[in-house]
Design a protein around this ligand. Sequence first.
Ligand code: NAD
Length: 285
Amino acid sequence: MSIQTIGIVGAGSMGAGIANLAAINGFHVILQDIEDRFLDGAMSRMDKFMSKSVERGKMTEEQKREALDRIQTTTNLEDMKDADVVIEAVIENMGLKKEVFSQLDKITRQDVILATNTSSLSITEIASATKRPDRVAGMHFFNPAQLMKLVEVVRGFETSDKTVEELKALSARLKKEVVEVKKDSPGFIVNRIMIPQFIEAIRLLEEGVATAEDIDKAVKFGLNYPMGPFELQDFAGVDIGYHVMEYFQKEFNDSRFAPPLLMKQMMRAGRYGKKTGAGFYDYKK
Ligand code: NAD
């Protein structure tokens, strides 16, 4: 059946971004979180984002109002019974994701695709919490989901071709560029490439080869990236990259992915980047 209503579980940075994207592209959205304050925060961030689009002439005030009206918020997961597809965007925790998928499996229609926005966890393991692993896949958006063009559609071990094709078609309706990740491999494509780049950048800094500012400048102007590795980590949170490195090291059983000592020390010192007021740019040795 054709998808008209998208269920989104978790109304944080990613859930709200995906809800915003879906609503402005004409879908009805059921956005669920555990407490009203998270849903209120998400609605106010979406209102702010759309107001900027109105100011820039990208949408009218009426289109903004209609898009916001298409979003139904709820703290009751049972409301996902009306969704034609569900995208899960709760925190990155396997136990919690499996619990959410097990409940969604009981609540939603049997033909409904259950997708996860996980950045690194195993799609196959998440799918094992359901009785429909063929209808479970990764649908990995990037932050901010309204603006970043890419979606990685990720196959779990049991994901069917039909599920992959339907998620690719949905991504196109959301006006995204889509790539298929053919195997459930940690970090998929983008993070698998990005993490070793972070590690090498941190090693250069540790070895005193260049400052964080100059490494970022080199990457921006030499590789034409919009942000350097330190700017990006200070913005996203040093802890996020750190946990992915530890996860890769364990999953691939490969010390190549081990977090460098400087990063470990930053974690111990609570220097997680912008959100803690200190990050790589404050490292002056
Ligand atoms: P976040 O912390 O901003 O939001 C998570 C939300 O999930 C919170 O609002 C929280 O209240 C809610 N939540 C927690 N338990 C819940 C439950 N049982 N039911 C419903 N909601 C629940 O996190 P985020 O940055 O939006 O990340 C969400 C997912 O997206 C993670 O898997 C993350 O790895 C992935 N992701 C994040 C980024 C990023 O840059 N932030 C990019 C791509 C993918």
